[in-house]
Design a protein around this ligand. Structure first.
Ligand code: A3P
Length: 326
């Protein structure tokens, strides 16, 4: 099948059914062979399912709620992205750009310089390999593409979200990120999504693989919608899974810290820094709306019906069910 133009450059790993970037394809073997450690925690998700939210949650739980450190250091440094780790150098440059409040016309040149020096691939597995533990590692890879020793050695927190809200969230994200150059409408985007022509597709095999492994002792499966319904309760469950106990005071503070309004204002997680160097435009925010059921503000009845049919077909024979409104 043809890719839509905005996906130029993405490649598909046909045997594994996974849409990815050429950089990942080149480095897949090294990523696969990264040695997992018993104190590693992987936050594994399909994009837009609440990755950043749970990354910060997990990082806090395993770092005794170190609010001071979390305020000082970007989440992408504290908790690296396995397939595309941001080099600390790039984060440093971003911070400086932010600080200098550089004029708009200078930003594209600086961006070009960064990519010339570092290459397009900012992944730095060596740094992840040398990081002190416990490492909280973000990955959008489906579990079937991770080395099986990850699940047998480390802990995995898998976050799932209903696909209707994922489509809406991913659509806005595609419009926000400059390098996606996505100018189409939501309807077209939903079609790309349902025909596996977006990064990290296909959606259902990703979720179903984790769902089928949810009873593995090293896997904790959590729904975005449950985090929305009962954040404190889900923090407690994740802490228990990770063998940690939080004090009442820590629980109260952490729940507050992770509430949408506070999260959206938090500069070490909200990625607003990306606007400073032109990675993102001003059409919106990375921490956007944080609602369950936002799809109702976006889908026509006809589109909704098509998505319902697509969901039904993909859920046939499984006991995975989604909550699409709260
Ligand atoms: P929306 O675009 O629907 O608002 P990811 O981190 O996997 O990219 O997921 C991003 C989605 O999670 C966005 O969804 C974002 O707003 C939402 N999100 C991030 N932090 C949140 C929070 N503290 N509470 C609720 N939703 C949050």
């Amino acid at each position: 099948k043809d890719f839509p133009p905005y996906l130029d450059g993405l490649v598909r790993s046909v045997p594994h059914r996974y849409v990815t970037t050429p950089e990942f394809a080149k480095n897949a073997e090294d990523i696969y062979n990264l040695a997992p450690r018993p104190d590693d925690i992987y936050v594994s998700t399909f994009p837009k399912c609440g990755t950043t939210w749970v990354q910060e949650l997990v990082w806090m739980v395993v770092n005794q709620c170190d609010f001071e450190k979390s305020k000082k250091e970007q989440l992408s440094i504290r908790s690296p992205f396995l397939e595309k780790a941001n080099s600390p150098l790039v984060d440093k440059i971003m911070e400086l750009l932010c600080y200098w409040n550089l004029m708009d016309w200078l930003r594209p040149f600086i961006r070009k310089a960064i990519s010339l020096v570092l290459g397009d691939c900012l992944r730095d597995l060596e740094q992840i390999d040398q990081m002190a533990g416990p490492r909280v590692i973000k990955s959008h890879l489906p579990l079937y593409l991770l080395n099986p020793s990850v699940l047998n050695t480390s802990k995995v927190v898998y976050v799932a979200r209903n696909p209707k809200d994922v489509i809406v969230s991913y659509y806005h994200y595609h419009r926000l990120l400059e390098f996606h150059h996505y100018t189409g409408n939501l309807e077209a985007f939903a079609d790309y999504f349902m025909t596996d022509r977006v990064y990290s597709a296909p959606f259902f095999p990703h979720l179903l693989d984790a769902w089928n492994k949810r009873h593995h002792p090293n896997l904790h499966f959590v729904f975005y919608e449950d985090l929305k319904r009962n954040l404190r309760g889900e923090i407690e469950k994740i802490a228990k899974f990770l063998g940690k106990t939080l004090t009442e005071d820590q629980l109260v503070k952490l729940t507050e810290h992770l509430r949408f309004d506070n999260f959206a204002k938090n500069e070490t997680v909200n990625c607003e820094i990306g606007k400073e160097i032109g990675l993102m435009n001003n059409s919106g925010h990375f921490i956007r709306k944080g609602k369950t059921g936002d799809w109702k503000n976006h889908f026509s009845p006809e589109l909704n019906e098509r998505i319902d049919k697509w969901m039904q077909a993909n859920l046939e024979g499984t006991d995975l069910r989604f909550i699409t409104e709260l």
